[in-house]
Design a protein around this ligand. Sequence first.
Ligand code: HDD
Length: 709
Amino acid sequence: MANPKDPQQDKKTENLAPHTADNADQLLTTNQGLRINDNQHSLKAGERGPSLLEDFILREKITHFDHERIPERVVHARGSGAHGYFQVYEPMGKYTKAGFLNDPSRKTPVFVRFSTVAGSRGSTDLARDARGFAVKFYTDEGNYDLVGNNIPVFFIQDAMKFPDFVHAVKPEPHHEMPQAASAHDTFWDFISLMPESMHMIMWVMSDRAIPRSYRMMEGFGVHTFRFINEAGQSHFVKFHWKPLLGVHAVAWDEALKISGKDPDFHRRDLWNAIESGAFPEYELGVQIVPEEDEHKFPFDLLDPTKIIPEEVVPVQRIGRMVLNRNPDNFFAETEQVAFHPGHLVPGIDFSNDPLLQGRLFSYLDTQLSRLGSPNFHEIPINRPVAPLHNNQRDGHMRQTINRGGTSYEPNTLGGGCPFQAKMADGGFTSHQERVEGHKVRARSRSFFDHFSQAALFYHSQSAPEKTHIVNALRFELGKVTVTDIRIRMLGLLNQVDTSLAAQVAAGLGLEVPATPEQPVNHSIPADGDPEQFQPFTVAQQVTASAALSMAHTVKNTIKSRQIAFLLANGVAAEEVDKMKTALERQGAVVQLVAPHLGAITTDTDKVLEADQSFLTTGSVLFDAVYIPGGAAGTAQLQTHPDALHFIREACRHCKAIAVTGAGATVLEAAFIPPADDPGIITDGHPEAFIAAIAQHRCWDRESQRSIPA
Ligand code: HDD
């Protein structure tokens, strides 16, 4: 019988990894299996005497505790994981021989880790930052890792700059501030000298960098990869993850407040969604480019600061990933999982993107320092499901007990085993790309258009999204203390879009510098010819791309949306029931928020139980607000400062608000006058409310109404 006090332990008993342990009905032991009789007291010389060195039980326990921590990841330290599976829709044999992309009947197990980049392990989920989107596919042919982000481009073009970039964005070295934030001098100092970062800067200053949920963000492999088919033919490929719930973000003011109210907001959201059966789903998309088209784009396919617009090469959706199981143990799984872009399977290969090439060194190296041993592949979460046989031996914490007298190849004493695998047996061979060149530290001129795609992104945004980018830049550069850095940034922004630069400059009380003094690229070698490094611009194939704006995302579902019902004693029970039933039928989650926890009396015999009080929650943790009628209840809310703040803040953050009956009086008390606002439902129609919530936000409200929070 399982321990009834631990629901986590009670949950799952099937398909457990080989080393899974639980304590249900077990006796307490040391790590050597000795049963412990007293876990309360150390061994002492007399009741009030000194502790004895002999106490091996105390020493084992404390020593283990002292060594509980491993170094956090240098980047992507803050993360959350989930298990699930991936299933391809149709065989992709025309392009790739990868087994898991060819058998629609196969459910390939996956483990996904979402993360922020800059913050420490305990930092807030809602930092303005790129999000990691790393997927480990446990395929029959070995583990394949697609180690991507929620943004399709990167800050730099060459891995050589990665440590500089990370040092610049991390807390400043002298005082270790600020945590999980790019709004500080060193980051913008670096960026202002690095024009190649401008496209990525547009993305991280946009709302993509403050997602509503890990379940509502896209993922991208970023680099161009290769698909290789049975015939050995190569196609270039860009990977995408498309969330079925659409791509949605919170407001910046909201992100700041969520960081205080619930720094685990994304982690909790992912966990709760999976626990409740609202499994996150994403479709895997690919953009495929035949080899012969490599040079047909106005940018270099190997440049990780560029996208292929979806209007130019459409994204084909080739399969679906479902995340349906939370980890059993955060440390063992989410913390110890080791991703590496070099974990490949036959049918997928690299391109020469110089950022990717550097990553191929970094990830293995970092696991050695973080997990402490070349045997990290033996940790349960990292083990392939494909059988593993080789002559690698020993090392710290080796688990495998290799049998036999030979550990080399070729051999005769071991019967020649293990054998090299023929290609027909799934043996991996690298794509035989023809390469020749001088040994140089250099970058192709084809990488030097730093502004056209930054402009493409900016021009593709809706009006509210553009405003958010302007405000993000005003915020971030407003935190910069060195005026020269701000001015350099205005010079760069001016080359993306003059009105963007002018608006940011106005917010900073500065003038846009005369352009171009010279769009100097400071990232040049000591003896480099500055002329050679001058950026240029090339017309892109499209001037705007609908796929880049979140305004065009999926807006037809309220599944798993969090709806606050504000109520107090005397609330109209029938109205609560009706709205709750309608919303829950659509998969939304309703929480009753009241001035106090416990029982809430209604206008009938029915008594409701409050889920939250105004003290334990806040509007920023919800997607929408409903205020039911009932004269006594609404009378209380009308004068309750926290209730009024809740409503005004939700309104300011452009959320859907619905009232029924006397609920309208609370809206009036909150000084929210009736207006032509599709997000405020005053006739209480559940259908209208559902439609408004599905829109995610009514962002136009920001410019049309000035409701203070
Ligand atoms: Fe990286 C972690 C994604 C560039 C070096 N990276 C890491 C993770 C993700 C990415 C999702 C977290 C994996 C996890 O959840 O454990 N990184 C990217 C993307 C990049 C990128 C999409 C550019 C397109 N990274 C990049 C470069 C380098 C690194 C250029 C080094 C040259 N990244 C690392 C690392 C990390 C890492 C230091 C830290 C922890 C780890 O690898 O396992 O090796």
